[in-house]
Each structure stands twice: as C-alpha cells, then as structure tokens.
Design a protein around this ligand. Structure first.
Ligand SMILES: NC(=O)c1ccc[n+]([C@@H]2O[C@H](COP(=O)([O-])OP(=O)(O)OC[C@H]3O[C@@H](n4cnc5c(N)ncnc54)[C@H](OP(=O)(O)O)[C@@H]3O)[C@@H](O)[C@H]2O)c1
Length: 300
C-alpha cells in the first residue's frame, strides 16, 4: 500500500522517509504544493495512495504573526483542499497539528477534545485547518504533536547547539512546560496509525495526541541538551532560566504544552519512549554535523 507524505525536507517528512517503510512516498515542493489544488489533485491521481499523511505546513510560529495570509493559505486552505480531494477519492487523511491550538491555561495535560483557544496566528491557522479536515474528510485522523526534536532539519536541539558554539550563556524560558517528543518515534507512531486506518472496518476516526509523557520545561531541556553535548565533547553554554514575560516573542506560546496521549495508546497501542533516552543520539549526530561547519563568530 502506498502512503503518500506531503512534505519532503521538513523534520517530520524526513523522519517518515527515513523510517524504512518501503511503501512511503514523500513529496514536497515543487512536485506538490499545498497552495496548488490542481497539483494536489494531479499527484493524488498519479500516486493513488492508500492513505495520505499531511506533514506539510507553514511552521514559523513567530513568522506567522506578520505573514497571516501565507500561514492561513498553507495551514487552513491547503488542508481543506487536500481533505476535499481525499474524501472524493475515498482516501483516508492523517493531518498533523499542534499544541498551539490550546491557550496553555489548563492545569493538567490537554486531552484531544479539550476546547481550542489559540493564542497566535499560527495556532489559529492550524485550528482552522483541523476544522476544515473534520468537516470535509470523514475518514480523518488529526494528530497533534508538540516539542518535536531530532537530528533532522530545524528544531530546539539544533538551534541551542548552534548558538552554544558562539555564546557562553543562553537565556531560555523556564515556565513553559511540555513533553518533548523524538520525531522518529512520532514517525513510527504515525505509520502504526496509518496501518490500522487502512484495515477494513476501521472506524476510530477523530483527533489524537502523539507525545511523550515525561514533563520538562524549556530551560531544563536546554540543560539536558548541553549536559549530553558536554559529555560528547560538543558545544555547551550556561542556561539562564527566565519567565516568558522577560522573553518577548512576536507570537504567544502556551505555557502548558502537555498533550495527553492516553486515547492514542488505548486505540492504537502506541506509547512513546522517554525523550531523554533519545536525546543523546540526536546530540551526537548534530554535534558531529556542527563540527564540520564553521561557526559564524568565535565564542566569547
Ligand atoms: N516541530 C515541532 O515542534 C512541531 C510542534 C507542533 C506541531 N508541529 C507540526 O508538525 C508538522 C510537521 O512539522 P515539521 O517539524 O516537520 O516542520 P518543518 O521542519 O518546518 O517542515 C515543514 C514541512 O512543510 C512542507 N511545506 C512547506 N510549505 C509547503 C507547501 N507550500 N506545500 C507543501 N509542503 C510544504 C515542507 O516541505 P518541503 O520543504 O519538502 O517542500 C516541510 O516538509 C506540521 O504540521 C507542524 O505544524 C511541529
């Protein structure tokens, strides 16, 4: 069965491609574009997938604040077109979403059916994309992920290691909590969900969370990254924890980004491992990548 992944160079698309599943076909721009419905239709007709995973999105959370038109084009209109095209062909759609649909005010981890109250343009665009998929493609799995890291593409681990090459101290927020999740584990989980969804009689369509279960805050995660890097002889910096109120960014982020994945376990039997067991591998690959690239300026 062919599993068509929309996206090719992004973190999740790379992990889905690297998962070694012989049936996965990853297509990104220019072969496929979420902003081009005709191209999407042509690709679906050519590939005739058994199921589609949409790993493509406008993902710059801060960038979306001043680029709402493009954020909504890729995160709402694109998934809406894809959902319509999939439904017309009887193809199930797995659509990836985010913790940023929530405001982070809840005391505990978010359940899939908790009320969405996005704080940012990015979060609002992703929420409206979810709603479009729900309305237009009955055979959908909307899968929210958060705090995704890996040795692939851009993510928090790569950014911090990169910055530590030229800085001795880094300011990191200490009051945003979440469940860091290793992207190759998400990819494996999505492929398990895809395999279940194409079985005859599958009926558990709906919204799910796919995240780890080990809580941390951003500053503590940064400490763990640098501890692993120091151990491997890589770059590290002293982490100065600050409240979010002292670290203004264009987009507001939820202070609580914890996604409860219990229903994903009960429905699909998926439980993701502790992120700390995955961190060393990512740091090892990234530090050796960074060692090969010159730092922009010497460390102060
Ligand atoms: N990273 C996180 O921490 C995080 C957290 C919560 C939710 N998510 C969600 O997880 C999903 C995957 O994110 P990621 O971390 O893999 O992001 P990423 O590394 O920024 O990758 C973005 C992906 O979007 C694709 N894309 C961009 N514009 C496109 C267009 N016009 N048409 C088709 N594809 C387009 C890119 O494809 P090509 O460059 O190959 O064309 C790329 O594969 C997204 O839905 C994101 O909202 C991520």
């Amino acid at each position: 069965m062919t599993i068509l992944v929309i996206g090719k160079q992004g973190q999740l698309a790379l992990c889905l491609g690297a998962a070694g599943h012989k049936d996965v076909v990853c297509l990104g721009r220019p072969e496929v574009d979420l902003a081009d419905e005709t191209l999407l239709a042509r690709v679906l007709n050519m590939v005739t997938p058994k199921i589609v995973i949409n790993a493509g999105a406008y993902t710059s959370v801060d960038g979306a604040e001043s680029d709402a038109e493009n954020a909504f084009a890729l995160n709402r209109a694109g998934p809406a077109a894809l959902a319509r095209l999939c439904a017309a062909r009887g193809i199930p759609l797995i659509h990836i979403s985010t913790d940023c649909v929530f405001d982070g005010e809840k005391a505990g981890p978010y359940e899939p059916d908790d009320e969405a109250r996005p704080l940012s343009v990015y979060g609002e665009s992703k929420w409206q994309g979810e709603e479009a998929v729900r309305q237009l493609c009955p055979q959908h799995l909307i899968v929210r992920v958060s705090w995704v890291f890996s040795e692939y593409a851009h993510n928090f681990v790569r950014t911090l290691l990169h910055l530590a090459r030229t800085r001795d101290e880094l300011t990191v927020v200490e009051d945003q909590v979440g469940y860091p999740t290793y992207c190759p584990d998400i990819a494996e989980g999505l492929l398990t969900m895809a395999a279940a969804a194409v079985q005859p009689g599958f009926a558990a369509w709906g919204t799910y969370h796919l995240a780890g279960m080990d809580e941390t805050d951003r500053a503590s995660m940064a400490d763990a990254i640098f501890a692993a890097s120091r151990h491997l002889g890589g770059p590290s910096a002293r982490v100065i924890g600050v409240p979010t109120s002292d670290y203004p960014t264009p987009a507001k982020r939820p202070l609580n980004a914890r996604l409860a994945s219990t229903t994903t376990f009960l429905t699909f039997g998926i439980r993701l491992p502790d992120w700390k067991t995955r961190l060393e591998h990512s740091v090892r690959v990234l530090t050796s990548d960074l060692a090969a690239a010159p730092a922009a300026e010497p460390k102060r």
